[in-house]
Design a protein around this ligand. Structure first.
Ligand SMILES: Nc1ncnc2c1ncn2[C@@H]1O[C@H](COP(=O)(O)OP(=O)(O)OP(=O)(O)O)[C@@H](O)[C@H]1O
Ligand SMILES: [Mg+2]
Length: 499
């Protein structure tokens, strides 16, 4: 067999492998690595790199690298037009350079800094629908010979496969997002239920400002529908094509909040093995919903304020300014005026956030909505549980209307769900609403149990009732019982209480 025939056979079987991988490997990074390693082997290259174009900074960064100095290369970024690879990305044309020392376009700094002697380079652009998204380069053919035009053809195949894999991965991510957005959009028009003046006013105001870029602050007690209103604003805005990005400031530990919001550069701290895109960047062209904004520490408040003032930010460990087009909606159930007074919330940030301020009124102040919302949830849950037409008895409605609903719509929703499950399947009766008619706990005390058992039983019931009254909000329930929230959480798991 001649050497060339041998190489050819290898190529075909390796190429077949690649096509198998493209359909079976789920992880894009892994796939690109396989493609690059195989390419280097076939082409007898000493090193290779796949660079991607960061659409925002217009710089190329090293996504995958092979060769002895592969880890050192990764910290570099290449400007468009800079060096061979920057040139290829800019022109969209491949380059084959047999001796880089004779080519003025060569940018020797990277090679010098990492201590790698570059002789020849073969570099092709990666394109999706004619647009350059990056480039692949192979460096130093092993042995004496340089890269050939036939190598170039082969490399073109590799770059097409890689570009396709990347495009597919992107499409998949976008499709996933769009799906979610679509689901929300389909449900949204009927979601904010209510005929009261207050609700109609707040919805009208929300729709009025939806299409502006004005920062909007939504206030209101827990469970009144603040998140729902934020979604409505987003869906009614011209940004609806993009997925609304949410950051719950209370759910993310303080130490991770900055990372979540700004993202980080590769290598910016121990363990930062990949570049991470923060929510600010993800929300570019869309809406960023900052939920529970009052939970943000003063240090984070200062950082967020800076972004809102300057319109730019930096990834953690990065020094390239990134500018984004974002509509901010923030929400809190805290008394923010009080927090400003006692210095726990920055006044200047507050003014940035509440260009428009919307207030979701508590359910007890719009009692005429109770029947409508209850009916809405009965319809929803009866379908889910396979029932047909469940009525709400006048007596049950009477109790619901007189109740104060400290957990607001969320509590009403939970109550209806439970009533649909526990009830007779035809009509909701007062006894299906147990949080409104607490059983006399003395009746459950049975002779023959130990004091410990009786106390445990009482504690369990006591916690259940308080949680229900707080609409499932542990902080509120703990406050009502005069215990720490952490202690309540421990009791909940000790007694296996389902919320
Ligand atoms: N007007 C309404 N019509 C129908 N459903 C509602 C309405 N208001 C709230 N809900 C429902 O009640 C639940 C709580 O709403 P949401 O999460 O928006 O409240 P929130 O104000 O953000 O509460 P929290 O402050 O506790 O985060 C959700 O299931 C939501 O769909
Ligand atoms: Mg909320």
């Amino acid at each position: 067999m001649t050497p060339s025939a041998e190489t050819k056979d290898l190529n075909i079987s390796q190429l077949k492998n690649i096509f198998n991988w493209v359909s079976s490997v789920q992880d894009l990074n892994q796939l690109l690595e396989l493609i690059l390693h195989t390419g280097s082997r076939i082409m007898h290259a000493q090193a290779s790199s796949l660079l991607l174009l960061d659409q925002k900074t217009r710089k190329l960064y090293f996504k995958v690298t092979t060769g002895i100095q592969k880890d050192k290369v990764k910290k570099f970024e290449v400007n468009m037009g800079q060096g061979i690879v920057g040139h290829v990305a800019q022109t969209g044309e491949p380059l084959l350079i047999a001796d880089v020392s004779k080519d003025s376009r060569w940018y020797r700094d990277i090679s010098d800094e990492i201590g790698f002697k570059t002789r020849s380079i073969l570099c092709v652009p990666m394109k999706v629908k004619g647009n350059v998204i990056g480039a692949i380069e192979f460096i130093n053919k092993a042995g004496k010979e340089s890269f050939q035009t036939s190598d170039l053809e082969l490399l073109n195949v590799f770059s097409d496969v890689a570009a396709l894999a990347i495009a597919n991965a992107k499409k998949f991510q976008i499709a996933e997002r769009e799906n979610k957005g679509l689901k929300q959009a389909l449900g949204f028009s009927h979601q904010i239920i209510g005929e009261s003046r207050d609700i109609r006013d707040v919805v009208a105001d929300a729709l009025k400002v939806a299409d502006s870029k004005a920062s909007t602050l939504i206030l209101g007690e827990s469970g009144t529908g603040k998140e729902l209103l934020a979604r409505l604003i987003h869906q009614a805005s011209s940004r609806r094509e993009r997925y609304m990005v949410t950051l719950n400031c209370a759910a993310v530990p303080e130490t991770l909040l900055e990372d979540e919001l700004f993202g980080h550069e590769k290598g910016s701290f121990t363990g930062a093995s990949e570049r991470k895109t923060g929510k600010l960047e993800l929300a570019d062209g869309s809406t960023l919903f900052l939920d529970e904004i009052a939970e943000m520490s003063p240090a984070m408040q200062a950082k967020v304020l800076r972004v809102l003032q300057d319109g730019i930010f930096y990834r953690v460990g990065g020094n390239t300014p990134i500018s984004v087009d974002i509509r901010i909606i923030a929400a809190t159930n805290q008394n923010i005026a009080e927090m400003i007074k006692n210095g726990t919330f920055r006044e200047d940030l507050y003014y940035r956030l509440n260009v428009v301020e919307l207030y979701m009124p508590p359910l007890r102040d719009r009692k005429q909505d109770i029947l409508l919302i209850a009916r809405h949830f009965v319809d929803l849950f009866q379908k889910e549980k396979g029932h047909f037409q469940i009525n709400i008895s006048p007596a049950a409605l009477d109790i619901m209307t007189r109740y104060d609903w400290p957990g607001n719509v969320r509590e009403l929703r939970n109550a209806i769900e439970r009533a649909v499950v526990m009830g007779n399947g035809r009509e909701i009766l007062p006894e299906d609403l147990p949080m409104l008619t607490p059983r006399n706990s003395l009746s459950t005390i049975v002779y023959g149990t130990s004091l410990q058992e009786a106390m445990d039983h009482f504690k369990k019931e006591f916690i259940r009732v308080n949680l229900r009254h707080a609409g499932g909000n542990r902080t509120k329930a703990a406050a009502a019982m005069g215990i720490q929230r952490t202690y309540l959480s421990r009791l909940i798991s000790r007694y296996a209480i389902k919320e």
